[in-house]
Design a protein around this ligand. Structure first.
Ligand SMILES: Cc1cc2nc3c(=O)[nH]c(=O)nc-3n(C[C@H](O)[C@H](O)[C@H](O)COP(=O)(O)O)c2cc1C
Length: 219
């Protein structure tokens, strides 16, 4: 698989097979992904892997946690302007339409959203944390690291879904992983093998045309 194939075949998988993923494979991918660039070579990512029996105990712990939680951060700006608002709206509509969930089926949509908190059935996952002293430049480094991991996962025949949804459950996640006070949760990463029969995994999301966001300056 070349890089273009890895990029093109990566998608956010939202239904995984139960096939396990070895810790050793995840460790190998993390090590390779650590070659990602980061400003000043800070390598600001912190990763907590959840796999095997730890996945079972985590899911049990999660389902029993009853404290209301303060979100780690605001996922989106309060008032998204165009064209971002439409892009966000479109992906939601595409997803629910593939699943046959109607626009006014609030319960159906909510149930689908809750699948985030089971990692969409993925057998393995990690949580990505960052030191609270870091700012937006280092958060962009996290993105590079995560994308590199997702592409390497494709090369290994694996699939992923990055999940900011976990930021809404940062207190319970942090209590479980025992991250120190100075670290904050950015996102989860579901890891496993895609269920190719699941309709949700057939979602090919739109992209805005290059000429709407790239400008080849001629002066
Ligand atoms: C940092 C990050 C966090 C994300 N969080 C979630 C999430 O919580 N739940 C979810 O279903 N998808 C999540 N996604 C997936 C995006 O919705 C997805 O990347 C986007 O719609 C483009 O689709 P694609 O990944 O299939 O190309 C996240 C993606 C990124 C990069």
């Amino acid at each position: 698989m070349d890089v273009s194939e890895a990029v093109d075949s990566r998608l956010s998988v939202r239904e995984f097979l139960k096939n396990p993923v070895e810790d050793s494979l995840i460790a190998e991918l993390l090590e390779k992904a650590s070659r990602s660039a980061s400003g000043g070579n800070l390598q600001p990512w912190k990763v907590y892997v959840i796999n095997n029996e730890t996945m079972q105990s985590f899911l049990k712990f999660q389902s029993e946690w009853s404290e209301p939680e303060t979100p780690a951060y605001a996922i989106y700006p309060e008032k998204l302007s165009e064209p971002y608002r439409t892009s966000r709206f479109e992906v939601g509509e595409q997803m629910y339409s593939i699943l046959g969930i109607e626009r006014d089926d609030k319960e159906g949509r909510f149930k689908q959203m809750l699948k985030n908190y089971e990692f969409f059935g993925a057998p393995a996952a990690f949580f990505c944390y960052v030191d609270r002293q870091m700012g937006s430049p280092q958060w962009s480094d996290l993105g590079m690291f995560l994308q590199t991991f997702m592409l390497l996962a494709r090369e290994a025949g694996l699939d992923t879904c990055a999940q900011e949804a976990w930021s809404l459950k940062q207190e319970s996640v942090t209590a479980f992983v025992e991250a120190p006070e100075e670290e904050m949760l950015f996102c989860g990463m579901a890891i496993g093998y895609r269920d190719t029969k699941a309709s949700i995994n057939k979602l090919r999301t739109n992209r805005r045309p290059v000429e709407t966001w790239a400008h080849f300056l001629k002066k």
